[in-house]
Design a protein around this ligand. Sequence first.
Ligand SMILES: [Zn+2]
Length: 254
Amino acid sequence: MTFNIEAFSERFDHSAMLAGFRRELITSVQGMAVAGFTKCVESGDEGGGRPWVYISAGVHGDEPAGPMAMLALLKEGVFDERANWLMCPFVNPLGLAAGTRENASGIDLNRDYLERSSEEVQAHAAWLESKPVPDLFVSLHEDWESSGFYLYEINVAGVTSGAHAILDAASSEIPPEPEPVIDDHEVREPGWIDHSPKADLPKHWPEAIFLAERGAGVSYTLETPSSLDLIRRIRCHQLAAGQALDGFLASVTA
Ligand SMILES: [Zn+2]
């Protein structure tokens, strides 16, 4: 399936504006915007002491469910007064337009956050560095090799894990991946990879490792199986990401 990034971007901009977000142009590649969205509950960088939550999608261009789930979450109204928000819904617009994992130069952006050889990641990492370090990071991905939903957790802050609740929420749409080893990682429980804050390949940092190195408290990388129906994958991401946000925000304000 092809992803109409121009139309999607317009719809996202519109919904983000209605939800009180400010749009920033992170960079543009071949005329296509990489946009960042911020919503700070109170003025100033302090953000009124509320937690900062960052959510990203569309780092891999052949994974359309993530950006679409972010738009659904936006319309659902989850990005409310509980937190200050940062969003990057389509980090790899050319990959999304072409339906390729990599960007137009063949670079896997989610291995580029240390070396920053791509224009997209160079600008995106700099944008993130200009913002407060998030307390929670949620990133939406998909996997061609799995048959179920799974997640990576990097829990630097040592907060109570939200993994069970996220897997539960996801399972009303897609059950957890049954394999004991996923993407070369032994699972802690079905669908749950408890990952260290260090990259598997020292020079090839994914976005989640970059955020962990910056000191982000906890991150969840959510993965839906690409072979299933797109509507189910979008719904699954929406449920799982919604639970990741709700669970974390309930725990910090309790
Ligand atoms: Zn991915």
